[in-house]
Design a protein around this ligand. Structure first.
Ligand code: ZN
Length: 310
């Protein structure tokens, strides 16, 4: 079992209801946790993923009504990419046309078909066709056929001035290695990790800096099997790269540290444990508003300020 790769991606959305509708209905992901931003409890924190919210399948959002749109630039995530079975690209293209989802014609990247699209708040996403994954379990609530359903993350694409400094962190600390180059892209992968095992760095040199806002990725979290593995990564970051992380924060479903990587993207290290069934059964994940123990005394007030999403 390999416990490296992407754990989750967290992004900024606009209206909460539209966010839930797009990710659960249009894309067919499962809402596996409905909670609040622990650091800003008047804001929802939604987690979408596969049936149980496995590491490598989790896309999370802070939805803010009236958020100003972000502007793509150097030092941020350019695209977040999901895996779908090879035969499903036609299905998804058709679906995006029917649902009015902004998308581009499929292109080839590292020999794979990539269908880029945007969510309602401008987040840059893509589907990549991966051969031989038809039999991997895919979450479906019935609307999207299981054979076309999303199978977790393929990769994230980071738009950076240069690849080497960030690449050094990926390879030395997170278990990736450089596996290919194509144009201005440098591909890093975790050997044997099919889900969330790829990071592409798009070298852009001195392009405009990013401005974070609606549709922007807030941070990328990488996996650590447990607290000991996370502590070892923290030690390596400090000793080999002179990077200090935050202290560990308990996010209820994983335990995390954060740091700004050399290319300016906010990185997190998140433990695979305890997972999303820590405070509610798998069968009813995402249905009730879950709060960490320290916020339970404020539940009534929090529920009052959160926007309606049903
Ligand atoms: Zn996170």
């Amino acid at each position: 079992m390999i416990h490296n790769g992407i754990h989750h991606v967290t992004a900024i959305a606009g209206n909460a209801r539209r966010n839930v509708e797009f990710y659960t209905r249009t894309l067919g992901l499962r809402l596996v946790k409905k909670t609040v931003n622990f650091d800003d409890p008047g804001t929802y924190h939604f987690y979408y993923g596969d049936e149980v919210g496995s590491p490598g399948t989790i896309l999370t959002f802070f939805p803010w009504d009236h958020v100003a749109p972000g502007r793509l630039g150097v030092g941020e995530t350019q695209e977040t990419v999901f895996r779908v079975p090879e035969g499903a690209i036609g299905y998804w293209t058709q679906r995006f046309v029917e649902k009015g989802v902004t998308h581009q014609a499929p292109v080839k990247r590292f020999g794979e078909s990539v269908l880029s699209f945007k969510d309602p708040h401008g987040m840059r996403l893509a589907l990549v066709a991966v051969p031989g994954i038809e039999n991997e379990p895919g979450w479906t609530d019935g609307e999207i056929p299981a054979e076309a359903a999303i199978r977790g993350f393929h990769s994230v694409n980071l738009l950076l001035a240069e690849a080497a400094p960030t690449g050094a962190i990926l390879t030395d600390v997170f278990g990736f290695r450089e596996v290919g180059r194509e144009g201005s892209l440098v591909r890093f992968a975790v050997e044997g990790q099919a889900i969330g095992g790829v990071v592409d760095i798009h070298e852009a040199g001195g392009f405009l800096p990013a401005r974070m806002g609606g549709g922007s990725v807030h941070h990328i979290a990488f996996r650590a099997e447990d607290d000991a593995a996370e502590a070892a990564m923290v030690k390596k970051l400090q000793e080999n790269h002179g990077i200090r992380t935050t202290e560990q924060k308990d996010r209820n479903y994983f335990r995390s540290v954060y740091f700004r990587e050399p290319g300016h993207v906010l990185f997190e290290i998140a433990t695979d444990i305890p997972g999303f069934a820590a405070d509610e059964p798998v069968a009813s994940l995402g249905q009730a508003l879950k709060l960490p123990a320290f916020l339970e005394p404020q539940r009534a007030r929090i529920e009052q300020v959160l926007p309606e999403i049903a």
